[in-house]
Design a protein around this ligand. Structure first.
Ligand SMILES: C[S@@+](CC[C@H](N)C(=O)[O-])C[C@H]1O[C@@H](n2cnc3c(N)ncnc32)[C@H](O)[C@@H]1O
Length: 367
């Protein structure tokens, strides 16, 4: 057994290097990567796969210590799990974790995922790289069975959210949006790039759950088979215009000199009925899971545009009302919800003019 410390996550014991990340983007500290803060991310996989309620072959293609793989094998009934990492240092941790949890339904694999996923296929393929998943998406699709599920993390937040636009153009062939919509924009660029890869294989997609949290983006994609599904998926990609001077936002199907941001995935982020089946009881970050499940299943996820109270207050130059009071007023005129992306942001189906006028009405300065 390699040297390390045992931590308990959910109902699983995991041996990890003594030196490991406990927050932030995380980096390799003890030879093999482990980040305690990603317990929430692993919880989501467990809850989501449980909610599917069927037998599944699972490939955790970049498993490091095997943490996600053993949690799935131990906590989701009916799974057969391949815990893969190309690092030879990772294998003793993966094997120890399988043994420690007495798992018959999990085995270690020491391959480059590009090889593994071209040799074998699975119902669920998980990519959790350092930085961008872009170089691995084709392999993940190739290794995903008919109507399978892809789970993809991206920690290259700076390019996707517009702080490093040239890298976003290279990795994702998209023009990122900056300012208050940057994280929603980054998530939708990641989803768009997955859609464009799927289309090459005559496959479409239906997102089950997609989010931004801490320092990363994550999306769970239900693959839908056939050219017709691919064509209708491509209809949901498009461009947008965002004028930071006027706060105006608009969509466009094509690229021209004005509509120069994107392309983005413009469809919904989630299947909200499905999210309602996910149960946070017993998860490592149960309280946080409960909070996010509630946000995800209620947000206006089909609305692409995000507004932020700081943006409105700095443009309108009136003190902001409390977000909940403002949302209540917006909801008497249309629909509005908080977003999971930021505690000060919201989405609504009302036009900008009306948002501004209701903001003025609700601001404490007007009372
Ligand atoms: C961010 S870590 C994964 C963390 C892990 N999923 C967890 O929850 O703790 C990324 C891992 O991917 C592995 N990796 C990178 N490129 C790979 C490839 N082409 N094939 C297989 N594994 C790879 C690295 O060795 C590293 O352990």
């Amino acid at each position: 057994m390699p040297e390390g410390v045992i931590i308990r996550e959910g109902s699983t014991d995991i041996l990890v290097p003594e030196l490991h990340s406990s927050g932030g983007p995380g980096k390799i500290q003890g030879g093999v990567f482990f980040n305690e803060q990603m317990a929430f991310n692993r919880d989501i996989s467990v809850m989501l796969l449980r909610a599917l309620g069927k037998d599944l072959t699972v490939c955790d293609a970049m498993t490091a210590t095997g943490s996600r793989a053993v949690r799935i094998a131990n906590e989701v009934k009916g799974t057969t799990v391949t815990a893969n990492d190309y690092s030879t240092d990772a294998i003793p941790f993966i094997e120890a974790n399988i043994e420690m949890n007495h798992l018959q339904n999990c085995h270690a694999s020491n391959k480059n995922l590009n090889v593994l996923l071209n040799q074998e296929s699975f119902d669920y393929v998980d990519l959790d790289p350092f930085g961008s998943p872009a170089p691995f998406i084709q392999s993940a699709i190739a290794g995903c069975r008919k109507n399978g599920l892809l789970a993809i993390t991206a920690t290259d937040t700076a390019p996707l959210a517009g702080a490093h636009a040239p890298k976003c153009r290279r990795r994702y062939q998209s023009e990122p949006v900056r300012g208050f919509m940057c994280h929603e924009g980054g998530l939708r660029i990641l989803m768009c790039s997955i859609a464009r890869e799927l289309a090459k294989f005559d496959r479409g997609m239906r997102p089950l759950l997609s989010f931004y949290a801490d320092h990363y983006f994550r999306t769970y994609i239900q693959i839908e088979e056939g050219a017709a599904k691919a064509d209708s998926m491509l209809q949901k990609l498009g461009y947008m215009e965002y004028n930071m001077e006027t706060m105006e936002r608009s969509l466009s199907e094509c690229y021209d000199h004005i509509h120069k941001l994107g392309p983005f995935w413009l469809g919904p982020l989630h299947d909200q009925e499905f999210i309602k089946k996910m149960n946070p009881a017993g998860m490592a970050a149960e309280k946080r899971c409960t909070k996010y499940l509630n946000l995800w299943s209620n947000e206006l996820d089909s609305e692409v545009f995000v507004y932020d109270m700081s943006e409105l207050s700095s443009h309108i130059k009136m003190s902001p009302p409390k977000l909940l009071d403002f949302l209540e007023l917006l909801n008497t005129n249309g629909r509005a919800t908080p977003t999971h992306i930021s505690p000060t942001s919201f989405k609504t189906d009302l036009p900008l003019e009306e948002i501004v006028s209701l903001y003025k009405e609700c601001s404490p300065d007007s009372h």
